[in-house]
Design a protein around this ligand. Sequence first.
Ligand code: COS
Length: 384
Amino acid sequence: MSAVADLYTIPQEHLDFRDTIRQIAQEQIAPRAAEIDRTGEYPHDLRKLLGEQDIFGLAFEPEHGGTGTGTLMLNMAIEEIAKADASVALMLMVQDLGTLPVKLFGSEELKDRFLPKCATGEWTPAFALSEPEAGSDPGGMITSARKDGDDWILNGTKCWISNAGIADWYAVFAVTDREAGHSRGITAFVVEADRPGFSIGSYEHKLGIHGSPTGSPVFDDVRVPAENVIGEVNKGFKVAMGTLERSRLGAAAQAVGIAQGATDYAAAYARERKQFGKPINSFQGIQFKLAEMETKTAAARELLYKASTKVDRREPDLNKFTSMAKLFAADTAMDVTVEAVQVLGGYGYTQDYPVERMMRDAKITQIYEGTSEIQRLVVARTLS
Ligand code: COS
């Protein structure tokens, strides 16, 4: 590919919509962030707001009621919302993550049945891959599905599932051919939350992202019809991997947003805070920190936008760039938020200021949608 074709430009309409989302996020979401973090209550009203403002539609094509504006625009939106509140950004991320298996691999019937109501926000999806004994290694999952006539019957437990308890339906991965070997005989299913035998066994008490419920869905002889199979039987691992190589950019966008939010807050604080008779941003020790935070965040954003553009251009072999973007953005968010707490000193360590929340929220970006170690593994495999 030529150097010019490798560049990306951001259409003016994207920039305009980003500005609108920035305003909504700063005026209507940011003021709620501390309270959501403190109470751990899911903000249903903000979810409604994202639906009304067509922000959930960003994750969908026009034929399914979406905006059809693509991955770059979606990730710019996630970034803006994460600057204000990472939990609310996760709502938009999971609206994409949970529906990607159906969007990429589902039958037309599944798409028509599930996508339009997710595009408006009326329905909430979830992505159920991880298990207590299968996190970084989902190919070793235990949850199973066996055929019974035309139906499938699922048994097992998933864990660390975002949107647990509030999702209307789950994209669930289960072993359908135990003999096929590691990562092979797995199938993806849609499981509606109101099916008999489905329940949430427990919820996690987490370090951050308090506004988003995380839990362990349990499948106890849950019966689903053959129409609920996503893609081909026994090809579910490719559904999971094809989903994650795109959805990881949502986590990267969330990380960039958290990092920018922390940098902006620390820079503004350093302009006002005086010690030794001067604003602390006149000291080189603080200046260098802020410069480093801004630089790393900008570099993470470039990787994110480049990888997002590759998805929009339907380029093959997305893995390398999406994993590099996710890895660099997540590590940046962690580094930058730790430094933001340091810039605020004693105040930064208290809940009266938002940077400690940002630091706690940043940590998950190095863990979910594939740990930073898994991203290094994926990138390294492209070099061997
Ligand atoms: N798209 C389509 N197919 C893919 C793929 C992709 N991006 N990546 C791998 N595959 C296919 C491979 O081609 C292989 O196919 P065959 O069986 O036909 O040969 C199959 O999937 C197995 O691939 P591989 O041997 O590479 O699988 P591994 O078990 O070694 O796993 C990693 C690879 C580690 C990358 C994978 O397990 C992973 O992503 N782990 C992290 C999981 C994760 O992100 N969890 C978070 C859950 S969501 S919060």
